[in-house]
Design a protein around this ligand. Structure first.
Ligand SMILES: CC(C)(COP(=O)(O)OP(=O)(O)OC[C@H]1O[C@@H](n2cnc3c(N)ncnc32)[C@H](O)[C@@H]1OP(=O)(O)O)[C@@H](O)C(=O)NCCC(=O)NCCS
Length: 183
């Protein structure tokens, strides 16, 4: 394979990321967005995640951004603060070359280093074998399917829930001095 680099995203990567996501919104069912967000909106989303301490990575092949992956909060309420939800998108031309797997593995490592304990994938469309496959390869377990919760391109769409423990998972308590007051 040509030279692949997986690294933290910088603002100069955002036009490529916006383009990759635009294709996924317009032609795919992995995301339930219907209107592609523009560069300004993608920049706002990126800034919010970085400010929140979440990892946001790109895969660059010979210097060209070909994919990206990030996590954000699974849900906003504070007891969920050790659980993240991930996203990973590649340019269609480079699917099934191991890049999604490497991005997701690195994302897991980054999340473990930050002390997160569970990662959840909410996979749009139960027909998305590539996403189910890459998450399985990364140790995610199947939790279940929410049938028919989306509607896009004239058909009802499921979401598939997969989950993976990070680091020590639930076997130890987190290093978090807010636990006592929030229990
Ligand atoms: C899902 C996605 C990120 C996977 O990335 P990828 O680089 O194509 O996948 P990889 O080549 O790393 O595949 C890793 C493993 O996943 C599984 N896999 C990948 N594509 C698959 C497919 N089409 N069918 C079945 N299993 C597949 C295989 O186990 C594969 O390992 P193998 O090639 O040694 O058999 C990529 O296809 C993508 O961007 N899809 C569109 C957007 C999307 O669905 N994102 C996920 C949102 S939850």
């Amino acid at each position: 394979m040509s030279l692949l680099e997986i690294r933290p995203t910088v603002p100069a990567d955002l036009p490529s990321i916006t383009e990759i996501y635009e294709h996924a919104v317009r032609f795919g069912t992995a995301t339930f967005e219907l209107v592609p967000p523009d560069l300004a909106e993608m920049t706002r989303r990126f800034a919010t995640l970085i400010d929140g301490g979440f990892p946001y990575l790109v895969a660059a092949l010979e210097g060209r951004v070909v994919g990206y992956a990030y996590v954000g909060p699974y849900r906003p309420r504070p007891a969920y603060r050790f659980t993240v939800e991930n996203s990973v998108y590649l340019r269609p031309a480079i699917h099934r070359r191991g890049i999604g797997l490497q991005l997701l593995q690195r994302l897991i490592t980054e999340c473990e280093a930050r002390g997160f304990r569970q990662m959840i994938a909410v996979i749009g469309d139960s027909a998305n074998a590539a996403s189910v496959g890459v998450h399985s390869r990364c140790g995610f377990q199947m939790i279940g399917t929410h049938p028919d919760v989306g509607f896009k391109f004239g058909r009802w769409l499921d979401t598939v829930m997969m989950q993976r423990a990070l680091g020590e998972g639930a076997t130890t308590l987190p290093a978090d001095d807010l636990i006592a007051v929030q229990r």
